[in-house]
Design a protein. Sequence first.
Length: 404
Amino acid sequence: MASPIPQHDWLNELKQFQPTPRGAWEGVADADWNDWRWQLKNRVTSLDQLQQHIPNLTEAETEGARLADTKLAMAITPHFFNLIDVDDPECALRRQVIPAIDETFTASWEMSDPCGEDSHSPVPGLVHRYPDRVLFLVTDRCAAYCRYCTRSRMVSNATGYGFRPNFEQQLDYIREHPEVRDVLLSGGDPLLLSDGKLRLLLTKLREIPHVEFIRIGSRIPIFLPQRITPELCAMLKEFHPLFVSVHANHPRELTTEVRDGLARLADAGIPLGNQSVLLKGVNDDETVMKALLQKLLMCRVRPLYIYQCDLINGSAHLRTSVRRGLEIMETLRGHTTGYAVPQYVIDAPGGGGKVPVAPNYVLSHNADRVVIRNFEGKVFEYPEAPDGSPLHPRPASIEEPELV
């Protein structure tokens, strides 16, 4: 038996940037392969196609793909498909995009709308859950479909949700609510809109005086980096301050093509953040998570959040424990740069919003002192000032120095 790879070697291996292989699409011309529209047209969307590329599908995958359109459609871009290990049923990328029969099993605590978005939707396609910001849903389509998708009730319309955005109605709501200063475009994936349609929407948002900045949430840079064209980046640059939040869960998703696409966004002055979902068999490992976060920084992407997997129907097989998430967070703080340490959050079931969850570094706290521990487990005391002023005020006899 071969000796296990030392952790530091495995970490360095995971952090290497590699080009995406062509695989079964080896004969495709470069002009086609690098065309995002070609990638969309040639996605793997059926069981027959899946079996052509992965002859040894498991029974769970076969049945899952057969039933996918009753819950959430299957679609995988050639770019992302070729990152899958076709010989490993437990491949971290394979688990994210290939349906499994487990998706048809619903635990008693799972929900179709775990974040309570529908109950916070004053007009169709708009969610106003936080005081100063709204979620603006623009489409129900994605380049590829994550099997743990929080919006699987509506995304791909497999369940007949019938999502029909009405941009003018959504925009009117924002115009009528001056407390809204932050708009997050999501869906589905906003970057599936054409440059022209996206420009028109961004222009109308920028015409609203109280909208201070705009965010775009997208997995397109990971699933379909060909979409991040110089023309798209030049157009987005016109609407600063504009932020883009991407979604990568495993370091092997960050290929040279993805890195270059993210670089084009960064060079256009767009701040980039990443939101990961903690997933069983995908990134619930300290070395994998650290490699992902450090590799994101090399792509000029700031890790923002690790989400505990939402309680979406049929996701139990992908969900790991909060305890495991906290253990992983313990391996980050102090062991890598602070820029690489995201916030671990649970989106409170039913619409409570993001709740930070962190290891307990405060051991005790009273009127006199705070007892804390550091990443090494060493204990320290910090003197408390209950009203925010020093515990021992300066005597009144001490004169203030003159300001020159």
